[in-house]
Design a protein around this ligand. Sequence first.
Ligand code: CAA
Length: 272
Amino acid sequence: MGSGIAQVSANAGFPTTVREVDQATLDRGLGRIRKFLDDGVAKGKVQAEDRDRTLANLKGTTDLSDLAPCDLIVEAVVENIEAKREVFQKLDRITAATAVLASNTSSLSITEIAATASRPERVLGLHFFNPVPLMKLVEIIRALPTGDGAFETAKGFVEKIGKTAVVAKDTPGFVVNRLLVPYLLDAVRIYESGVASKEDIDNGMKLGCGYPMGPLTLLDFVGLDTTYFIANIMFEEFRQPQYAAPPLLKRMVLAGYLGRKSGRGFYDYSKS
Ligand code: CAA
């Protein structure tokens, strides 16, 4: 998601620095942005000069310290509290006291992340949706210590990148995943118990409810591992069966069937 967030920021005119863990991952992310913009130009959806301006606003790095001069930082590392806390501790040390530190977490506690910062009032959640350049929503999450200044900065940023904000309290899943995740998990349960084929489950929701993708296709799109992590975090917090990951989801993750990104999930993407 990091590349999508960087793209919409650069597209809105903000000089944007993308930090990745290594050069190969960075090149892949920047390549993804370039491809999206080139495809957009080919489809007549993006002007060539807008593509060039967006790319000119982007800078890549593998060094977290290069984020020191930034006014707003959106963290999008793996959905793991330790990994996020480590990044926030470092960002807290290297950035200006006025910089706003946001997490793109979908389910972890913003308050717990903020607790690692010396100034927790500048920490909040900015939760984007996949694919970031096309989805119009960003959830803004106010943790208990989030200050009004950080909140207003984040709200202004969301408006400037052309998205609509929904403001949510700091509770696992916020608004969208609180509703979406039990639905996705139920789709796996229905498939696992043999109620219908995967194609029929997907067509049922696409054609019967007008959803752009069926739930199993959406799971492949979001990532089975990501959904599994989110479900576990939500189950841990709420202790309600609708958030419990079905055994099939766990086994697919263990087998490395993570969806599109691994070439195989509920469907086979190895040839695409
Ligand atoms: N540049 C500019 N515009 C582009 C583009 C590009 N490279 N590629 C596509 N577009 C435009 C298209 O022109 C089209 O625009 P119009 O509607 O104006 O014609 C629009 O984007 C849709 O593109 P496509 O027609 O090519 O693709 P599609 O109709 O198959 O839609 C999709 C693709 C947007 C992904 C759609 O299937 C969808 O909305 N799926 C559901 C996605 C979803 O639910 N995301 C949320 C996941 S949950 C999450 O992310 C949160 C979490 O924490 C897990």
